[in-house]
Design a protein around this ligand. Structure first.
Ligand code: NDP
Ligand code: 2IT
Length: 446
């Protein structure tokens, strides 16, 4: 089947999965040339096999809250592709989770993991359970119930989950504990673990730091210095806060953060002390970003709004969720003088927004390239666990920098257009695709 036929066919077969179709569409429209140059791919119906997940597990997760009430959530794991390594990808706990979202994330993860240069296939899982407002004990009981179902399908050389929205160190710890008990083994089946039980240095920081390292590579292509640049960040979770930390260390100005309730604007730029407050607010008190604006003078809070219309910036680093920048937001960013967008979140820009960024010749890095630092250090955590060793902060950080630079090089190689503009979307998709495609061809029709 031709790429366009595959998209039409998937639209017909999965009409209620818009995010999945959106992600597939973006990849297939950029790899058409290399696909047509390799006629054997079509003979083996490779694209269709690459777009449809290998398998999906779905299950009910029943748990009891602190008042004794019984809740039933849905749990899922999408094992998308393991042509180049064990299935690998995060777990998302959020009320919006459904199969369309997890299928898009697992599909994206397959290409992202291929780009990292490490041996990892693609997967994603999660639940429509929201940890927001739940007690520690409720979160623990939920994680245990979730893993009581999932544990048979995962393992250190089979499928290795990690964190994502709503799943951080606390949740990974509870899930790892339950896995260890059920499977009767102490192995690296999860990444993002605590440092005391097999976690890697720099894993919490990796996605945010990696995104900044990728941004620096992009800026270098135009001879631009990061110092004093105004950066708008969305989100205030794991990715957003460590992005801010690295930016502050490099002398950039972080002018916004957000959560699902609203945006804070910090015209003078976030200080280190203010960032420490946000770390505590989010990780210890599990509070809202509004409370940050209440704590400090000179910080504006815009209820129910995203940063893009409100905040003038040189650089945007969306780090919250999918489709958080639409066409209007993109036009507002460009009109405000934004020159670079580097995606911490997965698929935060709509197709229309991407077209606007590319038309205006912005430096634009899609999530599967720019946020690959997180899963890369997960891959390094797996390597350390296999060796039963742990590397120093400096060692892991140096490897992370090298991987982000290698990903950038691959994007330049496959994405540079005739006029010299680097189409990072095309570069990342082609580079990610070719490795997985060749591995699938070599392994036969499975
Ligand atoms: P966290 O749960 O730590 O933080 C998520 C942040 O985004 C919170 O501030 C949250 O606000 C906000 N957010 C979540 N959903 C929405 C929504 N529907 N609308 C508006 N704001 C929302 O997650 P992470 O920081 O880990 O993940 C952020 C993004 O980065 C996701 O797209 C994830 O897939 C991606 N990513 C994460 C990696 C990782 O290693 N953790 C690796 C690569 C990508 P609130 O508290 O109000 O929900
Ligand atoms: O989207 C992602 O890359 C992640 N949530 C991290 C996955 C991982 O396995 O570390």
């Amino acid at each position: 089947m031709k790429a366009a036929e595959v998209i039409d066919d998937l639209k017909r077969r999965f009409p209620n999965e818009p995010e999945y179709i959106q992600a597939v569409d973006e990849v297939l429209t950029t790899i058409e040339d290399v696909y047509n140059d390799n006629p054997e791919f079509e003979r083996y119906n490779l694209i269709e096999r690459l777009c449809i997940p290998d398998r999906i597990f779905s299950f009910r997760v029943s748990w009891v809250d602190d008042k004794g009430k019984v809740h039933n959530n849905m749990g899922y794991r999408v094992q998308h592709n393991n042509a180049i390594g064990p299935y690998k990808g995060g777990i998302r706990f959020h009320s919006s989770v459904n199969l369309s979202i997890l299928k898009f994330l697992a599909f994206e993860q397959t290409f992202k993991n291929s780009l990292t240069t490490l041996a990892m296939g693609g997967a994603k899982g999660g639940s429509d359970f929201s940890p927001r407002g739940k007690s520690d004990m409720e979160v623990m009981r939920f994680c245990q119930a979730f893993i009581s179902e999932l544990w048979r399908q995962i393992g250190p050389d089979t499928d290795v989950p990690a964190g994502d929205i709503g799943v951080g160190g606390r949740e990974v710890g509870y899930m790892f504990g339950q896995y260890k008990k059920m499977a009767r083994e102490f192995t690296g089946t999860f990444t993002g673990k605590g440092l005391e039980f097999g976690g890697s240095k720099i894993r919490p920081e990796a996605t945010g730091y990696g995104n900044v390292y990728f941004l620096l590579e992009m800026l270098k292509t135009r001879g631009i210095d990061i110092k004093d640049k105004k950066v708008a960040i969305s989100g205030s979770g794991n990715v957003a806060t460590y992005t801010a930390e690295k930016l502050l260390a490099l002398g950039a100005k972080v002018v916004s953060m957000s959560d699902s309730d609203g945006t804070v604007h910090i015209p003078g730029g976030l200080t280190r002390e203010q960032l420490d407050y946000i770390f505590k607010l989010k990780n210890i008190y599990r509070g809202r970003i509004r409370e940050f604006a209440e704590e400090y003078d000179g910080v504006e809070y815009y209820e129910g709004e995203r940063p893009w219309h409100r905040v003038k910036c040189d650089i945007a680093m969306p780090s919250a969720t999918q489709n958080e920048i639409d066409g209007d937001d993109a036009r507002a960013l460009i009109a405000g003088g934004c020159m670079a967008v580097s995606e911490g979140a997965n698929m935060p820009s709509t197709p229309e927004a991407i077209r606007e960024f590319q038309k205006a010749r912005l430096l634009y890095a899609p999530g599967k390239a720019a946020n690959a630092g997180g899963v890369s250090v997960s891959g390094l955590e797996m390597a350390q666990n296999s060796q039963k060793l742990s590397w120093t902060e400096e060692e892991v950080d140096a490897k992370l920098k090298q991987i982000m630079s290698d990903i950038h090089t691959q994007c330049v190689k496959y994405g540079t257009e005739e006029d010299g503009y680097i189409n990072y979307v095309k570069g990342a998709n082609v580079a990610g695709f070719m490795k997985v495609a060749r591995a699938m061809m070599a392994q036969g029709i499975l």
